[in-house]
Every structure is written in C-alpha cells, then in structure tokens.
Write a protein that binds this ligand. Structure first.
Ligand code: CTP
Length: 396
C-alpha cells in the first residue's frame, strides 16, 4: 500500500537502515525506517489518511512517525548532511537516495530496498554493503564520518561484536586516528555512558568490551578499569550464571547488562567507584550494586563458612539479586547455597501471629523480636516446619 501511495505522489520510497541489513543476513528487524525521495511529511500525511493510525510530525527534523496498531513507521525525506564542527548537529538539505545513504555510518547500514510497485523489493546497494555483509566487514563510508559523529565508534564496536565482524583495514586506521585525536572527549558523559550501556545490552558484550580495550577507550570511563585475563574470565561467567538463573525458573527482575558493568568495574577501589558514579550520574541502586561488589570476597568467605541455613539467610537477605549473581560469577561453587536461598529460604515465613505469641506470655518489646528471630532460625534450619511445631517451639 505504501508503495502504491508513493507511486501516486510520484515519490520514490525506500526502506533503509537496520531492516535491509538484517534481511540480507536472514535476521528479523522490527525497525521500519522509510525514506522518501520527494516530501516525507506529505507522504506520511497521505499514508496515515489511507491506513489510519496516529501521525506525529517533527517539522524541525523533517520527519514523521505513523503509528499503527502493531507497527511503527519512521518516515524521512532523503537528505544530505553537513557537519560544521566535530560532533555538532548537522545542517540538513534535501538530497538523492544515494546521498542519503552516503551520509550514513557503515556500508552494511547503507543498503535500501525500494518499495515502489514497479521495482518492489529491489536492493539498492551503491556502496557494496551486501559484499561487506558477506565478507563480515565493517567499512566506513567516508573519511570524516567519525569526526561528524564520534558515537559511530561505539556503533562500529557494537556491530563488530554483534555479528562477529572485523574492521576493514582503512576503517581500522580511521578508527585509530580519530581515537588518537580524542574525538571521544567531545561526547557528553551521558552520551558516553549510554553508548557503553547499548554495547553491554547488545548480543556480545564481552567482545564489545574487549574492543573498547583494544582501542584504548576504557580509560574514558575510569582510569582504573583494567581488562585482564581475570576480568575476561569473569565476563564470560556472566552468561553462564544468567543461564543458570533462567533454568531455576524463579521470578526476578533486574537488568542483565548491569552484571557486565559490575564485572567491568569490579577492580576499582571505593574512590574510583565514587568518581565513576559521579561522572556518569549513576543512580542510587546501581551505585549500591557497584559498592557491594567491593565486599564480594568477604561474602564469599562467609558463605563458604556458613554452618546452617540461617547463616546463609542472614547474609543473602541483605543483598540484591545482582549482588548474589556477582558472587556466583566470582565463585560458581556457591550455586547450591544461592539456589537454596532463592528457591526456598527467602520465602521463609513465620505462621504464628503476633497476638498468639503475646497470648503465650511474651511481652511486646525487644524480647518479642528475639523470639521471632529464634523461631525463624529454627524454621530455616528445618528444626521447625509446621504451624503446630512453631507453637510447640514457642511454648517450651
Ligand atoms: N545511522 C548513522 N549514524 C548514526 C546512527 C544511525 O549513520 N550515528 C544510520 C544507519 O544507516 C543506521 C540507521 O541510521 O542503519 C538507523 O539507525 P538505528 O536505528 O540507530 O540503528 P540500526 O542500524 O537499525 O541498528 P540496531 O540494529 O542496533 O537498531
């Protein structure tokens, strides 16, 4: 329908960006970025009249979004961009589809698929993107690309790690030069952290980090971060621990990428963690996780020495799920203890009510807490199981 609509307006219509790239790779991508050689906003208006849905127009960018029930279409006019300064906002002018593709980051992202009826489905590939996809190469489209937009350095690492690709030789040199010239310094700390987060959320965070190391970028995050053999082993353990957790089938909610981050910064000392958290505006919860990791070795020792279930309970009860998983990342031999806590111990409840305890002659106050703790311990250690046994225990 969109193709027919474009035909009636005499516009050329293409789908661009991640969708054609992943289609060539035989992978699914739900991002639908359309570009129109003509007037993108007019096309979006007509399309939303025809298809219904909700239309948002962003005049300042010359783009529009048509939101249908289960589909979102981003629509733009083909354009050329000029970057007056490094990492500044581009000045934009209308351009041909070829110019629109050329302003992009890598050849593999500069493919288009035509949607007009006469040539529906035809791959538009001015820069041999398909060949690079087949060869597994990340290749920049032009020499200034990384100066125009230094975040492309991180995109490069993301695609290289996601698809297990390499950098084409000249591209590798361009990356090295731009990094030596400190273009990353131009990015705000919010953007910098966001690029790290995207990499850690992508398909191969361990290779992403090792590329950051190889290109000397880790120090922009903290001068104390070291990528060594031990950290690499721990990063690889993250996946193993996540698989282990999925197999447990317990309900937890946390962000998996945070584990890769905890491991990445786990060698920092307290001051370095605080500096890192300040620089990147790290929220309180994440900051607490990073700080807890400082005590991991101590907790691991306590868990190994735990003589009964209540000792396990009282240690782990104060920790977040990410903290516990970090202990496992460091020492997987604790899996039984942590599994026991997650599946069972954490749900240990005392069934006898407060009133019943008072009726048994215990007065409210500090004694009351102690009594409850005693019952809980007995219950955790299996000395007491049922409601009746709790009562008997209290009566003694
Ligand atoms: N693009 C670019 N430079 C950037 C960001 C985006 O040239 N800094 C171009 C690329 O052509 C990219 C397209 O805009 O394919 C869409 O960008 P985006 O949706 O951010 O990325 P995808 O390539 O779709 O990647 P992902 O699969 O990670 O969503």
């Amino acid at each position: 329908k969109a193709g027919r609509m474009a035909d009636s307006l005499d516009f050329d219509l293409y789908i661009v960006g991640g969708f054609p790239r992943d289609l060539v790779l035989g992978q699914v991508n739900h991002d639908l970025d359309l570009v129109v050689e003509g007037d993108g906003i007019e096309f979006a208006r007509e399309l939303s009249k025809e298809l219904g849905g909700h239309l948002d127009i962003y005049h300042e960018f010359g783009t529009a979004v048509v939101s249908l029930e289960d589909l979102k279409l981003d629509i733009a006019t083909t354009r050329v961009e000029y970057y007056p300064q490094v990492a500044s906002l581009p000045e934009v002018e209308h351009g041909s589809i070829q110019q629109d593709l050329f302003r992009r980051d890598f050849t593999i992202n500069a493919l288009a698929i035509q949607l007009n009826q006469a040539s529906f489905g035809q791959l538009v590939d001015y820069f041999s993107g398909k060949k690079d996809l087949e060869k597994g190469l990340i290749r920049l489209l032009h020499n200034f690309s990384l100066y125009d937009d230094p975040t492309r350095i991180f995109r490069g690492f993301r695609f290289a790690s996601r698809y297990d690709y390499n950098f084409e030789e000249n591209t590798e040199d361009l990356f090295k030069h731009a990094i030596e010239l400190d273009v990353i310094e131009k990015l705000s700390s919010d953007r910098l952290f966001n690029k790290l987060e995207l990499g850690l959320k992508d398909r191969n965070p361990v290779r992403f980090i090792s590329l950051l190391d190889e290109y000397n970028i880790l120090s922009y995050f903290s001068p104390g971060i070291e990528w060594n053999h031990e950290t690499e082993i721990l990063e690889n353990n993250v996946t193993k621990v996540l698989d282990w957790l999925h197999d447990l089938e317990i309900v937890t909610s946390f962000e998996e990428w945070v584990l890769y981050l905890i491991v990445l910064v786990h060698g920092l000392n307290e001051t370095e963690i605080k500096d890192f958290a300040n620089k990147f505006n790290i929220n309180k919860n994440l900051f607490d996780r990073l700080m807890t990791s400082l005590k991991a070795d101590k907790y691991i020792r306590i868990l190994h020495d735990a003589e009964d279930n209540s000792a396990i309970y009282y240690l782990l009860q104060g920790l977040a799920i990410e903290d516990m998983l970090f202990l496992l990342i460091k020492d997987f031999s604790l899996e039984e203890e942590i599994k026991l806590y997650l599946e069972k111990l954490q749900w240990t409840d005392i069934e006898v009510s407060g009133e019943e305890i008072i009726a048994l002659g215990y007065s409210p106050g500090p004694i009351f807490r102690e009594v409850l703790d005693e019952v809980r311990k007995a219950k955790l250690n299996g000395e007491v199981e049922t409601y009746e046994e709790e009562k008997e225990y209290l009566e003694q």
